[in-house]
Ligand binder design. Structure first.
Ligand code: SF4
Length: 225
């Protein structure tokens, strides 16, 4: 509507012989106001979408769902973390990464001087797969548009894919986690890193030293933003 009106106005100007328009630069205070309203918009947009999708029945995972786990964190985060799917604690609370894996993730972020409020965390699937099994291809396919939409709204500058399920789904390739970790990717133009899922680190504490290497890479990149 606004676009059409503008187009008509520009056509009118052109017919009137006006070919150049000089726009007044936006003042710093006005810029802050624009950014603040964008921040509120992003948060509200995510809240509205979460409400809209919480009754989703696009795949069979809704049948065992107690709570839909859309994602949590800073709606304007520069760093977005993506895991696999909700576990029992998440399914109970509706919040992502709240169990033991979540506590470890909080510690990992603190180690690179970030808090949970600095980042946004989402999952490949929003409902808990039974017995914490890996989501099936049809479940990932059904749920992925929600995550893609979140990424396009939040517009992070760095993505961290935690675990092989997140990496193979978003990067559309299949290899070992070791091979995934060795490279940096661009997912829809966003710099993307792969590291361990915190649950895997709980099961294999010996891998923490490798996860620390990954975290330091991310910290270095984050500090350049
Ligand atoms: S996992 Fe995703 S697609 Fe499947 S029912 Fe839940 S929200 Fe819908």
């Amino acid at each position: 509507m606004v676009r059409k009106k503008l187009q008509k106005y520009f056509e009118y100007l052109q017919l009137s012989g006006i070919e150049d328009i000089y726009l007044k630069p936006v003042k710093a205070k006005e810029k802050i106001k624009i950014i603040q309203s964008q921040n509120i918009d992003t948060k509200q947009q995510l809240i509205d979408l979460e409400k809209k999708y919480q009754v989703c029945k696009k795949c069979n995972l809704w049948k065992g769902r107690n709570k839909f786990c859309y994602g949590n964190g800073n709606p304007n985060a520069k760093l977005m973390l993506i895991g696999e799917g909700p576990g029992a604690d998440e399914d109970r609370t509706g919040r992502v990464f709240v169990g033991r894996a979540g506590q470890l993730l909080t510690k990992m972020l603190l180690a690179i001087k970030l808090s949970r409020d600095d980042v946004y965390i989402g999952n490949i699937v929003k409902c808990r797969p039974p017995g914490n099994r890996n989501p099936l291809p049809e479940e990932k396919k059904a749920c992925l548009p929600y995550l893609e939409e979140q990424i396009s709204i939040i517009k992070p500058q760095i993505l961290l894919l935690m675990g092989k399920v997140a990496a193979s789904t978003l990067l559309e390739m299949d290899t070992t986690l070791k091979a995934f970790r060795e490279q940096t990717y661009y997912y829809k133009g966003i710099k993307t890193y792969v590291s361990y899922h915190p649950s895997a680190l709980l099961r294999n504490p010996g891998w923490k030293k490798f996860a620390w290497i990954d975290l330091q890479k991310i910290q270095k990149e984050y500090n350049t933003l």
